[in-house]
Design a protein around this ligand. Sequence first.
Ligand SMILES: Nc1ncnc2c1ncn2[C@@H]1O[C@H](COP(=O)(O)OP(=O)(O)OP(=O)(O)O)[C@@H](O)[C@H]1O
Length: 275
Amino acid sequence: MIHIDHISKHYDHQKILDHVCFSINREETLAIVGHNGSGKSTLLKIIAGLEKPTAGRIVKKHAEMKIGYVPEQFPNNIRFSPNEYLTLLGEMEGQPLPSLKKKITDLLHTFQLSDYADIRIQHFSKGMKQKIGIMQALLSKPDFLILDEPLSGLDPQSQEELADILNKLKYEGLPILFTCHERKLLERVADRVYRINQGKIIAESVFPRVLTMEIKAVLSTDLPHPELHLETISKSFRIRDRELVIKTTEEQSNQVIVKLITNSYKIRSVNPSYS
Ligand SMILES: Nc1ncnc2c1ncn2[C@@H]1O[C@H](COP(=O)(O)OP(=O)(O)OP(=O)(O)O)[C@@H](O)[C@H]1O
């Protein structure tokens, strides 16, 4: 959906990017890694249209494609609450107030900030501010999201929480391009990783997307739970009273559902699991 076509960038006489070429496909999460100063942020800004390349071009599938860009640092001095700040930005874009309010409520819920909706952002932690930056980018329903070091400076728990949110957005079909230094998180979130080295870009890794599904089912008879031998097709499962909760791969989820139905279970829910 976006092709980076022989992008080069020089600052004064310093060559930062040298004929960088790659494509970003639909529903794909791509990460860029590289040493400090290797040109990651410069490349993201060029793709977002915030910086001009010295040579080359960015080819978008649709000229009107909306790109959401989240810089590494969220401003420190925002005196508005998330409700006020996001409403103001949405109104400036001309979004109608009723649907804008609903969108903000949904975003606050997704980012687990509903309890902080009316507290000034300047009092927030770095991770919370980072979430506001992403919410701001999502407010105008982008077709593509670019995040510069979204996890930097966050404690491990906040990193995990944000990685879960990125996975959720990815599962909903939003293509994402981000930079990150944390190997474990790259593996959790990225489908592909590219490395910038001396201005050139090289494909580093491809992580197969193995999605875990959580299936909740209830036994519809008064008999004890039947012996299902789920160990072979399930990552984990637990039984509580009449309820059975099973985690399995997306590929095997249909097989599990059929097995449950034929053994007198009623399926309550089938959802992707990010843990
Ligand atoms: N506006 C600018 N003017 C001159 N040089 C710049 C400018 N912006 C970036 N640079 C230089 O370009 C090089 C690449 O910077 P960039 O911020 O893209 O690297 P990075 O890989 O994102 O680094 P980090 O991992 O530290 O964030 C650096 O040497 C930087 O000093």
